[in-house]
Every structure is written in structure tokens, then in C-alpha cells.
Design a protein around this ligand. Structure first.
Ligand SMILES: CCCCCCCC/C=C\CCCCCCCC(=O)N[C@@H](Cc1ccc(O)cc1)C(=O)O
Ligand code: ZN
Ligand code: ZN
Length: 479
């Protein structure tokens, strides 16, 4: 990497990440305003385009400096996504990209402590859909840049800010189009940072201290529709089996037959080895000797539904439809099963397993979406994106003693940019507990004002760190 050999320029951020009371007030108000615009994606064909258009205008009113700066180019892609090109002063440095998305999943009001699109502040928290996924990142990236520009900062290294508008329903009109445009322009990126993983707190029993996990990869995905067709008829004389019964038995077999445990074949081994020293005895010894204790650890991981998702392809029955009237045997029954594919498997391998498990020719399969697991991005001492994240985490969260590579169990828009860089990193600089994890796509999503300010600080430093000359990373704890 050019940077690791470059001239000495600067090592630490030159402009301290300190904000005035007025700036701090304005930044939280800006986030609240963003939450109040209901940019909901219901399906790839059904987005709230009025809200998305309003959101684009809103960004220009709250971040005026960005949109009038001569070295920043703003383009609208796919009607509602935004691409900002920040031209740095040193064209010899390879550019990078910061990503976020403006759309959110639907939020029916039931169960929320405050209305999901109110952006209300209560007890130090801003409440609402998108406060964690992912308007926090979108607003924090722009807020940090706005504040740097207001301090007359001129970046050395060029960077892009890509703000997708349909991540929650595929990213085909946003991220994928931005990626194609950049590819046509011949852009190659040093790395990308997107949402995905967090500073994890309380996910692993016995591990009292929080740790930061940077997603080097993400699981693959299949949305598979299963369908059974038969002649309709009168319910008073039903045949031995019906479309609903056949389909229910098929999806039940899928739910009851776990995919193989792939422990030991992906980045998880690296995660556990680098975390081992944080565990008390004897877990530290067990995790440091996975060559011996691998089978024990692999079984242990299966016991919890989140850690289970790290060791195998998961199977989730997400949709089931059949029947039109109480006394009519339905001619068609359909279900959708959502698979998240382990790093060590492929779409084809999972489909073959599924057909064997269902083992019923009356069930037809239609692949709606299929994505193979993403490649594993580098995390060695020469991996610029990983090292910049690590350095900035250590500066902003000094209490977080361990930064480890890991995998993202969900999918992100970053997958659309694998053609532009080998360095895709998924990390949201935010604490995540099992309880707050359930609020993502769930109810009572919220972010503390302090956590949001910290996220802005993180990006304010990260952008400056990306401009500093890099030195090889200090020796990491090894086992
Ligand atoms: C040993 C370490 C323990 C690790 C515990 C792991 C905790 C997990 C923490 C966070 C994971 C949260 C994942 C958030 C990012 C996911 C973003 C998202 O929801 N994306 C959608 C994208 C999508 C995919 C396919 C579609 O048809 C539509 C949308 C998703 O569903 O994945
Ligand atoms: Zn998201
Ligand atoms: Zn989401």
C-alpha cells in the first residue's frame, strides 16, 4: 500500500474531536429530523419515494457546507441514492469509501414506547426507526465531514460517501448502480467501511468486557419459495393430503434439520483465538487450543441462537400463504424460507441439501434471491482499512481492549462493491447488547445522545487518520 511507505506527514488527528455546546445541540437535532422522515422500504417495488426525496433535500439544509464545497461533487443515483466525491489534495493516495443507507424497515406503532417516526428525545435517548439501522451512520458521516470543513480541513486522501436508498430491500437501485458507475469510471478503492458489526457487550457468557468486532465478510443468502399445487375441491371430502399439509411438512423438515456445523472453516476461528485472552480460566486455554477443543467449542456455540448463526447456515421460515375460503381446499400453498449461508458453503451446496431434506417431488422450488458468501477481507498489519478502524476504535473507545475480526450474519450494501476493492469492512462504532440487537428491525430502536456524539467523533478522527501516514501496526496479542 502506498501509504505504508509514504513520507512522514502526520500521525494523530490534528484537529481535536471536541465540539461546542451549540454544535452538540445541532448534531442531535439534525439526527432527530432525519428520523422524522419515514423513508420506509416495504419491498423492492414499494418504497416511500416522497420521503426519500424529502430526505435528500433535508441533507442539503442541515449540512450546507458539504454541498457548497468546491472539492466535493454531489450526484444523485437511482433517483434517491447519493454519491459524494470528496477530492483530496494528494491524488497519489488511493481513495476509500464510507457507506450508509437512508431507508428503514417498516415500523408499525404497536409496542413502541414512543412513536417510531417521532425522533423524540427521552432520558438521554433519541428514539425511532433508523436510530441504529442506519441513519445514525449516515448522519454521523456527514456531520463529521461538515464539522471538519467548518474547521477548514482539506483532506489529503480522496474518499467517497455512498448513501444507498434501498438497502433494506436489496440495494439494486442504489448501491449496485453506484458501484457500476464507479467501475465504469475506473475507480479502485483502498477499502470500504459499512454498517454490520459493533462493539459487542454481553453476547458471550463469561466474557465480561465488551470487544469490537470488525466484519471481514458476510454470510451468503438464499430466499427460496416453496410451492405445492393440487386441484382445488370441496373441503367436505378432503384427500389424505392437501397443499397446506404437504408444504407444512416440508418446511417443518427444513426447520427441524439443522444444516451442518461448519465450525473451524471460516473467520470465527480467528475471532475466538484473538478473544481467548479476555476469557477467564479455563475458557482461555480452551479457546487458545482449538486444534484440541474445537469439537467442544463448536457444540457450545450451537446452544445460543446468535452464536449458532456463526457456525452454520441458518434456516428461517419467513412467509407462508395458502387458502381463500374456509370450505375450499386451496390449489396452491406457498412459503418463503430465508437461508443465511455459512462462509464455507455455497448457494448450490445449500440448495442440494435442501432438496434432500424436503425429499418430496410435489414441492417445487423457486430461487428468489441467491448470494454466495462474501470473500474474507484482509486483517493483517498491511490492511489499511482494518488498521485504521482498529486505531480509531482504540482512540475513541479506550475501554475496549480487544478488536477482533469476525463475520457479519446479516447482509449489507457493501456486497455490491466487491468489484472495487478486496477490503470490505463492516463496523458501526456503537455498543450493542443482546437487548439492543433485538431492537434492530424490532421495536423501541433508540440511540443515546452520547453514543451518537461518540459516533460523530469516531468519524471525525477516522477521516483524519486516513490522511495520516501509516506505520505498521503494533504487535497484536498472539496465542
Ligand atoms: C463470538 C462473537 C459473538 C457475535 C455475536 C454477533 C452479534 C451480531 C451483531 C450484529 C449483527 C447485526 C447485523 C446488522 C446488519 C444487517 C443489515 C440488514 O438487515 N440487512 C438486510 C439486507 C437484505 C438482505 C436480503 C434482502 O432480500 C433484503 C435485505 C438483511 O436482511 O440481512
Ligand atoms: Zn442497515
Ligand atoms: Zn436493516
Amino acid at each position: 500500500l502506498q501509504d505504508l511507505k509514504g513520507q512522514k506527514h502526520q500521525k494523530a488527528p490534528q484537529i481535536p474531536s471536541q465540539f461546542s455546546p451549540g454544535e452538540r445541540f445541532a448534531m442531535k437535532e439534525a439526527l432527530k429530523g432525519a428520523i422524522q422522515i419515514p423513508t420506509v422500504s416495504f419491498s423492492p417495488e414499494n418504497l416511500n419515494t416522497t420521503a426519500l426525496a424529502q430526505f435528500g433535500e433535508y441533507l442539503q439544509t442541515v449540512f450546507p457546507t458539504i454541498f457548497k464545497t468546491s472539492f466535493i461533487q454531489h450526484e444523485v443515483i437511482g433517483e434517491y441514492s447519493h454519491l459524494l466525491t470528496v477530492r483530496g489534495s494528494d491524488p497519489s493516495l488511493q481513495p476509500y469509501m464510507l457507506m450508509a443507507h437512508s431507508d428503514v424497515v417498516p415500523a408499525p406503532e404497536e409496542g413502541w414506547e414512543v412513536p417510531p417516526f417521532s425522533g423524540l428525545e427521552r432520558d438521554g435517548f433519541i428514539h425511532g426507526r433508523g436510530t441504529v439501522d442506519n441513519k445514525n451512520s449516515l448522519m454521523a458521516i456527514l456531520q463529521a465531514l461538515e464539522l471538519l470543513l467548518n474547521r477548514n480541513y482539506i483532506p489529503r486522501r480522496s474518499f467517497f460517501i455512498a448513501l444507498g436508498h434501498d438497502e433494506e430491500v436489496s440495494g439494486y437501485n442504489g448501491a449496485q448502480k453506484i458501484s457500476a458507475l464507479l467501475q465504469a469510471r475506473g475507480v479502485k478503492l483502498a477499502f470500504i467501511v459499512d454498517e454490520g458489526n459493533f462493539i459487542l457487550d454481553g453476547f458471550i457468557p463469561y466474557l465480561k468486557k465488551p470487544f469490537a468486532m470488525i466484519g471481514l465478510s458476510e454470510k451468503g443468502l438464499i430466499n427460496l419459495r416453496l410451492e405445492v399445487n393440487m386441484s382445488p375441491g370441496h373441503s367436505s371430502a378432503p384427500p389424505k393430503e392437501t397443499t397446506i399439509g404437504i408444504l407444512a411438512a416440508a418446511v417443518s423438515r427444513l426447520e427441524q434439520t439443522p444444516m451442518p456445523n461448519m465450525f473451524g472453516s471460516g473467520p470465527l476461528k480467528m475471532t475466538l483465538q484473538q478473544l481467548a485472552h479476555e476469557f477467564p480460566f479455563p475458557a482461555n486455554i480452551i479457546l487458545s487450543n482449538l486444534w484440541l477443543f474445537g469439537p467442544l467449542v463448536s457444540r457450545y456455540m450451537e446452544r445460543n441462537y446468535i452464536t449458532n448463526a456463526l457456525v452454520r447456515t441458518t434456516v428461517a421460515l419467513t412467509m407462508f400463504n395458502a387458502g381463500v375460503k374456509v370450505n375450499v381446499l386451496p390449489s396452491v400453498a406457498q412459503a418463503v424460507v430465508n437461508f443465511r449461508i455459512d462462509s464455507a458453503q455455497t448457494v448450490q451446496e445449500v440448495l442440494d441439501l435442501v432438496k434432500n431434506i424436503v425429499a418430496d417431488d410435489r414441492v417445487q422450488f423457486h430461487v428468489l434471491t441467491a448470494v454466495d458468501p462474501l470473500p474474507i477481507s484482509p486483517s493483517d498489519s498491511q490492511a489499511l482499512g482494518y488498521q485504521l478502524l482498529r486505531q480509531t476504535i482504540q482512540s475513541i473507545f479506550p475501554e475496549v481492549s480487544t478488536v477482533v475480526p469476525g463475520i457479519c450474519i446479516g447482509n449489507t450494501d457493501s456486497r455490491h462493491y466487491a468489484n472495487l476493492t478486496a477490503g470490505l469492512y463492516r463496523f458501526n462504532p456503537l455498543y450493542m447488547t443482546p437487548q439492543s440487537f433485538r431492537s434492530i428491525h424490532g421495536i423501541n430502536e433508540k440511540i443515546s445522545v452520547q453514543a451518537y456524539e461518540t459516533q460523530v467523533k469516531f468519524l471525525f478522527e477516522f477521516i483524519q487518520n486516513a490522511d495520516a501516514d501509516q506505520e505498521p501496526a503494533p504487535h497484536q496479542h498472539e496465542l
